[in-house]
Design a protein around this ligand. Sequence first.
Ligand SMILES: Nc1ncnc2c1ncn2[C@@H]1O[C@H](COP(=O)(O)OP(=O)(O)O)[C@@H](O)[C@H]1O
Ligand SMILES: [Mg+2]
Length: 399
Amino acid sequence: MKALPPETVRLLCSSQVITSVLNVVKELVENSLDAGSSSLEVKLENYGLDRIEVRDNGSGIKATDVPVTAVKHYTSKISCHEDLQRLETYGFRGEALASICAISEVVITTRTADDDFSIQYSVDHNGQIVYQKPSHKILCTTVCAANLFNNLPVRRQYYSNTKKCKEELKRVQNLLMAYAVVKPELRITLSHNKAVVWQKSRVSDHRTALMAVLGVASVANMLPVQHHQEQPEIGIDGFFPKPGSDFNSTSSSTPDKTFIFVNSRPVHHKEILKLIKQYYTSAQSNKESANRRYPFLMMNITIPASTVDINLTPDKTEVMLQNKEGVLLAVETLLISLYGYSIDNDDLKTGGNRCHNCCEREMGKPQGGRPQEVSFQISPSKTQFPVVVIHSLCVAREK
Ligand SMILES: Nc1ncnc2c1ncn2[C@@H]1O[C@H](COP(=O)(O)OP(=O)(O)O)[C@@H](O)[C@H]1O
Ligand SMILES: [Mg+2]
């Protein structure tokens, strides 16, 4: 048995972290956001294969930090694993830039407020700076990754298919849209081969941000929703399709625009998505067609950082929730309040409940088995008073 050469280990590990053009964009964008940027320019050439450039207006990288920026496990975001309990940044592993360097040719140009001008650094596959030169005077950081996957023939080959490239470009756009929705103050431009594909200016609220992503007509069919509770501490803020709204303008056949966030991080969560689909469908008149649709929505679940593990997958899109049942119950409560009881729910077979406390609305059987009382607020429109609804969700007693 022999130890693998370090460069082989580097490439093998890095190509698991960075698997696609989308991954590169995600990591670079999250670094920009962690640096406090309010403006992002993402430029792709040849669908990102020839060049991916992300330019921001964040804090920049200090000259003394640049030599270790692309060295694996160097990070400015946490100092030890206990810091994950209080994590407020997207990044924390100090792994992305090093990995991107291993699968592409990276050039970083950066300037902090203390520097007179920016410096452009060329970084090799090992994350070492091989060349540097003074650059312009603008305060910004640009990270450019060129010739992606040139040392991974199969992956490069995968992108020789134009259809796959176009799909990847769409995924990049959807990802940027997710950040746009959750961070209205962010200005974003996405260009491909010098043509602007999509852009969004700075706006003041989530509704206007959603308009830039979904269009005015779709957002006109959506309602702001809020749910805030203590013990367990869970906040949900978002915009959901109005009950019974035309599904052509409030849903699509893919979940790309069902924007779910945990602590402002875009995530995939099958169970939450399933609940959303189920209740959205139940409020549609044509349930058969609606069944195959994913509603347009944004939902940001805010929970204490110490109750979520985001270190599950290299791309951090999956999360493990310490109090999953509590979060699912909070989401379901919100959905019931908005859409009423889901008749597709298998639980209906055991007999539905009505809310006898406040509205006589049919209520779903909460998961988990304990009586719960949850309060939440729905604001139908800015011009109306918010409606505060308190439901007692009582579980049918087992015989
Ligand atoms: N656009 C940027 N602006 C400011 N600092 C950056 C930027 N990109 C990377 N950095 C710095 O480089 C470090 C390493 O980045 P990365 O490899 O993505 O690891 P992580 O984000 O997990 O810390 C970051 O911790 C940050 O200090
Ligand atoms: Mg990072």
